[in-house]
Write a protein that binds this ligand. Structure first.
Ligand SMILES: Cc1cc2nc3c(=O)[nH]c(=O)nc-3n(C[C@H](O)[C@H](O)[C@H](O)COP(=O)(O)OP(=O)(O)OC[C@H]3O[C@@H](n4cnc5c(N)ncnc54)[C@H](O)[C@@H]3O)c2cc1C
Length: 300
C-alpha cells in the first residue's frame, strides 16, 4: 500500500481534557488514540487503519508530565523534544536521552510523544531498548463496567507482544511510564545504526551496567530491529555478570548475541545485523561502563 498523502476516510474527532473522558470514548470499537500522529496518520493515509473516531490526548495534562518526586515518572503524551531538553533526564538516564535524540528530525521530535513510540510497537522503536534496560514499568488504564478507572502496572518487556502489537486492548490507554532510580556506580548508553541520520534503526542497542571496581556486577542489554519485538541479550548478560570486565571478555561475550536475536532482512541483511549486534554491544557497553564511575575503562 502506498501513502496517498491524503486522508481518504471520514471519522469523528474528540479532544478530551481528562483521562476519564478519553477512556469513555475509547470503549467503542474502532476508536483510536491520537498522540502526535507521526505514526498513526501515515497508517490512516495508507489505509492500514480506518478509524471510526480519533481521540486526541495531547490536551490532557494528566498525561503530559515529568516527575522526579517518587522515582521518575513520565507521562506518555510528553513530547520527545521535552525529554531531550531535560537536564535531569540527561544526567540520570543518558540512554533514554540518546535514544530520543536519535529519533527523526526536529519536526518529528516536536510532534511525537514517548507513549506513541511505545504503543506503535515497531520492532526498531528507539525508546524501547533504553526503557527495557532501565527496568521501566508501564501503567495501563481502562474503565470497568461500573465506570470506575482500573489501572494495572507491568514491566515494559511484557508490554510488547509482536511487531506493531502490545498488550493494550480496545478501551485501554497507556497512562504512565515509571523508571526506578539507577544504582550508585551505574551507567547507561544507547547507540543506533541507521541508513542515514533521519532514518529509523537498522539496529539499535541500549545497555545499563553497574560496576564494583573492575567487576561487572549487573548488566542489562537490549536490542531493537533484530527480532519481532525488542529483546534482551540474556546470553551476553550471563557471560559478563560477576566477571572482571576486559576487552577480550567483552568481545567473546558479545559474540553470543547470535543466540538472543532472530533478525530478518529489513534495512540490511540478517548476516549484517548479527555481526553489527556484537560490535554495537561492545561499543554501547564501553560507553555505559565509562559513565558508571569516574575514569572507569574497559582494559585488555
Ligand atoms: C519522518 C519520520 C521519522 C521517524 N523517525 C523515527 C526514529 O528515528 N525512531 C523511531 O523510533 N521512530 C521514528 N518515527 C516514528 C514515530 O515518529 C515515533 O514512533 C513517535 O514516537 C510516535 O509518536 P506519536 O506521538 O506521533 O504517536 P501517534 O502516531 O499519535 O500514535 C502511534 C500509535 O500509538 C497509539 N498511542 C499513542 N499514544 C497512546 C497512549 N497513550 N495509549 C495508547 N495508545 C497510544 C496510537 O493509537 C497509534 O496506534 C519516525 C516517523 C517519521 C514520520
Amino acid at each position: 500500500m502506498s501513502n496517498s498523502q491524503v486522508i481518504d476516510c471520514d471519522f469523528d474527532y474528540y479532544s478530551p481534557k481528562t483521562v476519564e473522558e478519553a477512556l469513555e470514548y475509547l470503549k467503542s470499537e474502532g476508536v483510536k488514540v491520537l498522540a502526535g500522529g507521526t505514526d498513526l496518520l501515515n497508517d490512516i493515509k495508507t489505509g492500514e487503519i480506518v478509524p471510526k473516531a480519533l481521540v486526541s490526548i495531547l490536551g490532557i495534562n494528566e498525561l503530559d508530565f515529568v516527575e522526579f518526586e517518587h522515582g521518575f515518572r513520565i507521562g506518555p503524551a510528553t513530547l520527545l523534544c521535552k525529554i531531550e531538553e531535560d537536564d535531569r533526564i540527561k544526567k540520570k538516564y543518558p540512554a533514554l536521552c540518546e535514544a530520543v535524540n536519535s529519533m527523526g528530525g526536529m519536526q518529528i521530535r516536536n510532534m511525537a510523544t514517548l507513549g506513541g513510540n511505545l504503543c506503535t510497537a515497531s520492532p526498531g522503536a528507539d525508546a524501547a531498548p533504553p526503557l527495557i534496560v532501565l527496568n521501566a514499568k508501564v501503567e495501563v488504564s481502562r474503565k470497568n463496567g461500573r465506570g470506575e478507572i482500573e489501572r494495572r502496572t507491568l514491566p515494559i518487556e511484557e508490554f510488547f507482544t509482536g511487531p506493531k502489537k502490545t498488550v493494550l486492548e480496545q478501551g485501554e490507554l497507556l497512562t504512565s511510564i515509571l523508571i526506578p532510580e539507577p544504582d550508585a556506580s551505574s551507567g547507561s548508553a544507547f547507540i543506533k545504526i541507521g541508513r542515514v541520520k533521519l532514518d529509523i534503526a537498522k539496529i539499535n542497542c541500549a545497555v545499563y551496567v553497574k560496576g564494583e571496581g573492575d567487576i561487572c556486577k549487573n548488566v542489562r542489554i537490549s536490542l531493537g530491529a533484530v527480532a519481532p519485538k525488542p529483546v534482551r541479550a540474556f546470553n551476553v548478560e550471563k557471560a559478563l555478570a560477576g566477571k572482571k570486565l576486559t576487552a577480550s571478555l567483552l568481545a567473546e561475550a558479545a559474540e553470543m548475541v547470535s543466540q538472543d536475536i532472530s533478525p530478518r532482512n529489513a534495512r540490511s541483511t540478517a548476516v549484517y545485523k548479527t555481526q553489527a549486534a556484537s560490535v554495537l554491544i561492545q561499543d554501547t557497553l564501553t560507553t555505559a561502563w565509562n559513565r558508571s564511575g569516574a575514569g572507569r575503562e574497559v582494559k585488555e
